[in-house]
Design a protein around this ligand. Structure first.
Ligand code: 5RP
Length: 219
């Protein structure tokens, strides 16, 4: 396994230690979370419920014969485990590289504890080198793009992509995220925006970062 994959496997493995009997679990989306899902069959039997953040993760869970529960049937999610595209040491994140940001933000909001799992290549001082994914209602795509240009960003429509919610994604380049909460709120207020991939208002509670051979915990 190459070094990057090994880091993803290691950090996903570490997140398993946060699972306790009777907990409800939210499962994120992406290649790091895929390693977490691969290890879940040994743990799912003692969990009360498992909720998924995307059709892709649901499919993977079901293939492993793990039952997936609708969020509406779970009062609260005890622990939510998900990856990120960028993370700061203040636990602010950019998410949505895989396009699952809306359901991911719902699960992050509904969870008591959000554990974010990344490898050290994702750590930045200031968010924004990774383009910020913004999920938009299709009819508002051009309007939202123009508003983002006025705000100084460069939106690029994600080609041939439809989200699990039937929406489109604009990947916004060149916006330095010096105040993540402010920018998240501002972009969210543009009519037609469904979800902004900045996770700062509800950031991670615990950030697990895998380096070469070990995992650092920030909380
Ligand atoms: C999907 C996400 C993922 O968490 C993010 O893209 C990280 O993915 P990976 O673990 O494959 O690097 O936000 O919408």
């Amino acid at each position: 396994m190459d070094q990057q994959k090994e880091k993803k496997r290691l950090v996903a493995q570490t997140a398993l230690s946060y699972l306790k009997e009777g907990m409800s679990l939210g499962v994120g989306t992406g290649s790091t979370v895929d390693f977490f899902i691969d290890a879940l069959p040994e743990h799912s039997h003692y969990l009360a419920a498992i909720v998924s953040s995307s059709e892709a993760s649901t499919k993977k869970l079901k293939n492993l014969k793990i039952e997936v529960t609708d969020l509406n049937r779970v009062s609260d999610v005890d622990v939510y485990v998900d990856g990120a595209d960028e993370a700061t040491k203040h636990l602010n994140l950019i998410k949505g590289g895989g396009g699952a940001l809306t359901r991911e933000k719902i699960l992050a909001g509904a969870s008591r504890r959000f554990i974010c799992i990344v490898d050290d290549t994702k750590i930045v001082d200031v968010l924004g080198k990774f383009p910020i994914p913004v999920e938009v209602i299709p009819m508002a795509q051009s309007y939202v793009a123009r508003q983002i240009v006025k705000a100084g960003g460069q939106p690029i429509l994600r080609e041939k992509f439809v989200s699990d919610n039937g929406n489109q994604i604009l990947d916004v380049h060149n916006l330095a995220v010096t105040d993540p909460v402010k920018l998240e709120i501002e972009l969210n207020q543009i009519p037609g925006v469904v979800t902004v991939g900045i996770f700062a208002r509800r950031k991670a509670d615990i950030l697990l970062i895998s380096e070469k051979n070990d995992v650092i915990t920030l909380d």
